[in-house]
Design a protein around this ligand. Structure first.
Ligand code: HEC
Length: 456
């Protein structure tokens, strides 16, 4: 028995730790239960933070060339879009689709401070060099400023005047100026102290998705919805360098810690890495599995970590150059709508599978596994971090209550839930979905692994 357990422990350990790449970096960070929106390295590059569609942030230990999820940060009520370390790497800030800004204690994974700004999505954030100031890009057409004081986030004003969503923010090295990139196509600068608009630094016309202030603080790189990647001279507002265009919107920009490399990633799956001084294209790579939402470059210029539809982050070895070889991906399997005539299976694949699995021993998607959901009391699966609303609800999931959930909407049936508002208006669609769930979630082939463990 003991030997069996030891064998199991080794298997589990092997599954949890990413294999080491030749360069001493892990090949992947695997542990999320949904697509990953951002990846960032700590200053010493011994840790990483990833933000995911599964509502969580993971803190990774990268020492020894491996990747262990060392903390899972649970607190957002929707997809998390960005997470950044504060200087010292003992605290971090994250933002998400729930419009919440969270300050985390990385030693114990606890929420130190939380500001709920409303329902508008927040796509990204920036931390000043001193760690005292945080700027957040919001879809309420503003950027929100905070001060970090005694372990708390203190609101410190809003930068307004944008004609559309704000997608990106950046601080000047002295944190006196904040730059914003907006869907209205303009890069603006603001005075951090009083929030006054200083000027429109550059008018591109197409929506600005991402910004990176270059080393020295005199130039700013941007990526736009029309695929443009360019570097702007801040003083003159002129384009200093036009880089290769993406065929789809640019979704990610990364700068290596020493400022010597800049990488762009796009909706076309392309990643391009440049020498940020000579402006030479160093490498180009295509992620065959879809868009690149987040990227981080290591200071030794060896590896680019990139995130997208996969529920893990991959490392692409830039130096020494590794030949192009598409990495194995869970994306096609997970999102492929099964070859089926069952309309309920199609509904599930399209509308539920990104957040729920049907198997007993799944990891952590945004929502709990639906295995055995019929006859289960609402909010009762052990180990899943339900909202207060579901914990307090008092009914059981049946064909009728699941059908009602999508007839009236989760916001009506379980007010306060963190499940997104979603309705299936057609009774045929609801019936097909319920029929499919009934057979797909029924305990099959004997008890689950968890049940077997319990029975021992
Ligand atoms: C974007 C993510 C997302 C999608 C898509 C989604 N859900 Fe959910 N679901 C959640 C979350 C998060 C919860 C937990 C809610 C809470 O704690 O308030 C949940 C909870 C549930 C529950 C309650 C489970 C329990 O243990 O009480 C059911 C049933 C459910 N979802 C069914 C569905 C079905 C069926 C679909 C597709 C039609 C679907 N969900 C689509 C995220 C999602």
């Amino acid at each position: 028995m003991l030997r069996r357990l030891a064998g199991l422990a080794i298997l589990v350990a092997a599954a949890l730790c990413g294999a080491a790449a030749a360069s001493g970096w892990p090949e992947r960070l695997a542990g999320h239960g949904g697509p990953v929106k951002s990846v960032t390295l700590s200053a010493d590059e011994r840790q990483a933070l990833t933000a995911s569609f599964d509502y969580s942030v993971i803190l990774w230990d990268l020492s020894n060339g491996q990747s262990h999820p060392s903390k899972r940060l649970i607190g957002h009520d929707a997809a998390v879009n960005d997470a950044r370390f504060l200087p010292g790497d003992t605290t971090a800030v994250s933002v998400g689709d729930d419009g919440a800004v969270l300050l985390w204690d990385l030693a114990d994974g606890a929420v130190l401070s939380r500001v709920d700004t409303g329902d508008d999505k927040m796509l990204s954030l920036a931390v000043s060099a001193s760690g005292r100031h945080v700027a957040v890009a919001s879809w309420d057409r503003s950027a929100h400023l905070f001060e970090v004081r005694n372990g708390a986030l203190v609101p410190a004003g809003r930068l307004t005047g944008h004609r559309n969503n704000v997608n990106a923010v950046a601080f000047s090295p002295d944190a006196e100026t904040v730059f914003t990139g907006s869907s209205d196509g303009v890069i603006r600068s603001f005075a951090r102290r009083d929030g006054a608009l200083l000027r429109e630094v550059h008018v591109h016309g197409w929506g600005i998705n991402v910004l990176k202030l270059m080393a020295g603080g005199k130039e700013i790189a941007f990526g736009a919805t029309d695929g443009t990647v360019a570097v702007v001279d801040i003083a003159s507002g002129e384009i200093a360098k036009q880089l290769a265009r993406h065929e789809r919107p640019v979704l990610a920009l990364a700068l290596s810690g020493d400022g010597g490399l800049l990488a762009s990633g796009g909706g076309d799956g392309q990643i391009r890495v440049y020498d940020a001084r000579a402006w030479e294209l160093i490498e180009r790579y295509e992620n065959p599995y879809g868009p690149v939402w987040g990227m981080a470059l290591t200071g030794d210029r060896a590896v680019a970590f990139y995130a997208g539809l996969d529920d893990h982050v991959n490392a692409w070895q830039i130096a020494p150059r590794k030949p192009f070889e598409p990495v194995e991906s869970s994306f096609p399997r997970r999102f492929q709508v099964a070859d089926t005539d069952d309309p309920g299976a199609l509904q599930f694949a399209r509308k539920c599978s990104v957040c729920h699995t049907l198997t007993p021993d799944d990891g952590n998607r945004a929502g709990p596994t639906l295995y055995g959901v019929f006859g289960r009391k609402v909010g009762s699966l052990p180990g899943y971090p339900y909202s207060q609303a579901l914990l307090e609800a008092d009914f059981t999931w049946t064909e009728k209550t699941i059908s009602d959930l999508f007839d009236h909407g989760p916001d009506v049936v379980t007010p306060g839930t963190k499940m997104p508002i979603q309705r299936l208006k057609s009774v045929e669609e609801r019936n097909a979905l319920v029929r499919f769930l009934k057979q797909a979630t029924a305990p099959q082939g004997g008890p689950s692994q968890a049940e077997k463990e319990k029975a021992k």
